[in-house]
Ligand binder design. Structure first.
Ligand code: ADP
Ligand code: MG
Length: 728
């Protein structure tokens, strides 16, 4: 009888690429299913169109009449796209997106019905959302949370449903999602950045944070996926011996994309383009069966919606091609994990990228201002940055020789390091002479617009300047980017506000504007020096050096999450009006809960697989060996038989040793799990899962993987790494 694994493998060998090709020009697809401004212009009366634009750009509220007109236009447009239903699309703290569909259809008399959608339905909904995490903010039996329209992100049609991006809040107005605090963080960084821009250019009235994410993922055949309970339930392989060939040849990286994968990519890119997601780049990643896709950067809130949509699309379309997408940060130990680099910058309504060096000393001083303030913000809030990327999955990736360590630092390249050192040394304490100023300005004026030494990119840094933006590389592949973007934009806003105040104080005391700015920058450069690191972030040396510098190395999620309870952090989010203390407390609770749930499931699956899959296969093989030994003894007699069965006997013993150790450790883990489950506080429980339950995983796996190598290949129940990683 063939094992599930063998049947699955046969399926894979019989697959062929499913080309679902689009023959026309791809550019014609772009934004086809989006209710974007050009469609609005066509469908809306001009006063409604103006209010809508105003609302998109400045966040002003639409009045009831306008909302009715927008709703009606949206519905008319959606009907032309074949939509029958609409949904408020939102981002609860579970990590994925949620939707509840309602029909446009409304009966109005016997045998008569109309398609209806008005402002009320557009603006606000009350989904029965009692089972989304709320960290104690909302009583589960009082299921009232509601969703509210976010006009700054356009509605779109997927399949037959009109999707309306919304925020998700409790009845009492607290945020229960990622979008609401993100919008608030974007608002406050806009305000703070505009004020600082006023030193340089009075025409700046709006600053947008921009986000360009790069999504890494693995693809594995659906049949193999279904034969692995660990992948199905946890998204990562909890067992599996490393294959003889891993990624050491690096022959997958930028190699040609396999045919079946290419067919999948083409389809999901086509669908992404229709939804206005500007995907342009696709390539193989370092690990076998690992890939990356990256769109052109966009305004942060929109870019984030697009990332969530893309993850969803990828999963749906992968199934059509008999693949499963693994978005987990570390699906396969021994090969690289997946990240989601967040490229971030700030851009003005006048078309200036504030993190790109300019053409003259004045624009370069503006660049330096934003650049140095970013570094200072990272320095002051490195622990918050660490916390916002913490997850059970990312714990396996950070610091695992392929991703930045859990220590937050910033890389800026040798040219800019030199310039910052120069400013640190040469800005005089007293009043600056005109010569001092000229010399500094000359140096600042010399910043090249294209920074050569950034082409060699320090890929080992968690937060790197890459010439015209910062790249936050520590973000996990399955994360909602909002988590990182809420923090980054909030700490930047706080820093810019502090900077503005200090510079204004200096000016009030009689310093000239440029001098005041330079002196303040010098101070920030000095204060934030320890966060700058240009060396190899993957080396052990750095861990020691960082410790000497006083930088934290928080290796696991529970330790990283504790920072949400710090007074300084609570005050930061409260002062910046991004999250109230109650909201932050709820989030902390939810993140601990999420961590516990993930580990709890992993621990259970480990126990199940050991008991119901591995042990039976191992015992079956051992019985074959025992029968063979017994047979030899029967035929040859006890002494000669035992001699002849030497190797088999040794194998039986080795198998028993691993079997016993694996089972004993699994039982010990079970006891710890039971003890952990009795703890009532989420934080205590998370620590127990981390320090007492999780520590057994490696030991259990070690013995299971040894057994995988000893047991007859025909009997092994689960697809092996070589099958999952190298078959297409
Ligand atoms: P690569 O890293 O492959 O050399 P780029 O440096 O051009 O490519 O860009 C990497 C990512 O950074 C892309 O997703 C791109 O859209 C994004 N990006 C470029 N400029 C900005 C910016 N000003 N703000 C945010 N993201 C940006
Ligand atoms: Mg990158």
């Amino acid at each position: 009888m063939a094992t599930i694994r063998q049947k699955a493998y046969q399926d894979v060998l019989n697959r062929t690429p499913k080309h679902i090709d689009f023959d026309g020009k791809i550019s014609e697809l772009y934004g086809q299913n989006v209710f974007h401004s050009e469609v609005m212009r066509e469908y809306l009366p001009s006063d409604a169109f103006k209010s809508m634009m105003e609302s998109i750009q400045n966040g002003t509220r639409l009045d009831r009449k306008m909302a009715d007109q927008v709703a009606s236009a949206m519905k008319d447009w959606a009907l032309t796209k074949g939509a029958t239903h609409y949904t408020h699309w939102f981002q609860p703290l579970t990590g994925s997106t949620a939707e509840k569909h309602d029909a446009f259809f409304k009966p109005v008399g016997p045998g008569k019905a109309i398609e209806r959608f008005d402002g009320d339905l557009l603006v606000q909904q009350e989904p029965d959302a009692s089972s989304f995490p709320n960290g104690g903010i909302r009583n589960t039996f009082e299921a009232r949370g509601y969703t509210a329209w976010d006009p700054s992100s356009p509605a779109f049609v997927i399949g037959k449903t009109l999707c309306i991006p919304t925020i998700f809040i409790s009845y009492t107005g607290e945020s229960l999602d990622y979008k609401m605090p993100l919008l608030k963080a974007l608002h406050v960084v806009d305000q703070a950045a505009v004020e600082v821009c006023q030193y340089f250019d009075k025409n700046v009235t709006k600053v947008n944070a921009t986000l360009g994410w790069e999504q890494e993922y693995f693809l594995i055949d659906q049949a193999l996926f279904n034969a692995r309970p660990d992948l199905m339930m946890t998204g990562r392989a909890l067992f599996g011996h490393a294959p003889a060939k891993g990624q050491q040849l690096e022959d997958h990286y930028f190699g040609s994309i396999p045919e079946r994968v290419n067919a999948f990519m083409r389809e999901f890119e086509t669908e992404s383009l229709k939804l206005g997601i500007p995907v342009t780049t696709r390539h193989n990643e370092v690990a076998p069966n690992q890939f990356e896709c990256a769109p052109i950067f966009e305004e942060c809130n929109l870019a984030n919606d697009h990332n969530l949509l893309l993850m969803d699309l990828m999963e749906k379309i992968a199934r059509k091609h008999d693949f499963r997408v693994l978005l987990h940060e570390k699906p396969f130990s021994g090969v690289n994990g997946s990240g989601k680099h967040n490229n971030w910058s700030l851009s003005t309504n006048t078309g200036v990228n504030l993190l790109a060096p300019g053409k003259n000393p004045k624009s370069n001083l503006q660049f330096l201002t934003f650049f140095v303030n970013t570094i200072k913000a990272i320095h002051d809030y490195d622990d918050v940055l660490r916390a916002c990327i913490a997850s059970a999955g990312n714990d396996h990736r950070l610091g695992a020789n392929e991703a930045p360590p859990a220590i937050i630092s910033a890389f800026i390249g040798s040219q800019l390091s030199g310039l910052l050192d120069d400013i640190e040394k040469n800005v005089k304490a007293g009043k600056m002479t005109p010569e001092d100023k000229t010399e500094l300005k000359l140096n600042i004026g010399k910043i090249p617009q294209i920074m050569l030494d950034n082409t060699d990119r320090n890929r080992t840094s968690p937060f790197a300047f890459t010439g015209n933006k910062f790249e936050f590389r520590a973000v996990g592949s399955s994360a909602n980017c909002a988590s990182a973007m809420i923090v980054l934009n909030t700490i930047m806003a706080k820093q810019l506000k502090d900077f503005k105040k200090s510079v204004d104080d200096r000016i009030a005391k009689g310093e000239a504007k440029d001098e005041a700015i330079l002196k303040e920058l010098q101070k920030l450069i000095k204060e934030s020096k320890k966060i700058r690191f240009e060396g190899n972030g993957y080396g052990d040396e750095w861990v020691k050096d960082a410790e000497k510098r006083g930088l934290k190395n928080l290796k696991d999620t529970p330790r990283a999450l504790q920072v949400w309870g710090d007074k300084k952090v609570v005050k930061l989010f409260d002062d910046m009006n991004v999250l109230t203390p109650r909201e932050l407390e709820a989030r902390k609770e939810i993140e601990f809960e999420n961590y516990i749930l993930k580990l709890q499931i992993e621990a259970r699956i480990m126990g199940d697989v050991v008991n119901s899959m591995i042990i039976p296969a191992v015992v079956e093989y051992q019985n074959t060996l025992i029968k063979n030994v017994q047979g030899l003894i029967d035929v040859l007699g006890s002494k000669a038989g035992k001699e002849a069965a030497n190797i088999q006997i040794e194998l039986i013993q080795r198998i028993s040793i691993h079997l016993n150790k694996m089972k004993a450790t699994a039982d010990a883990m079970l006891m710890e799990r039971k003890a952990a489950n009795k703890l009532s506080h989420a934080e205590d429980k998370a620590f127990a899962y981390c320090d007492k339950v999780r520590i057994h995983f490696d030991e259990i796996r070690y013995h299971a993987d040894k057994l995988e190598m000893l047991v007859d290949d025909e009997l092994w129940p689960m697809p092996k790494f070589r099958e999952m990683l190298f078959t297409r």
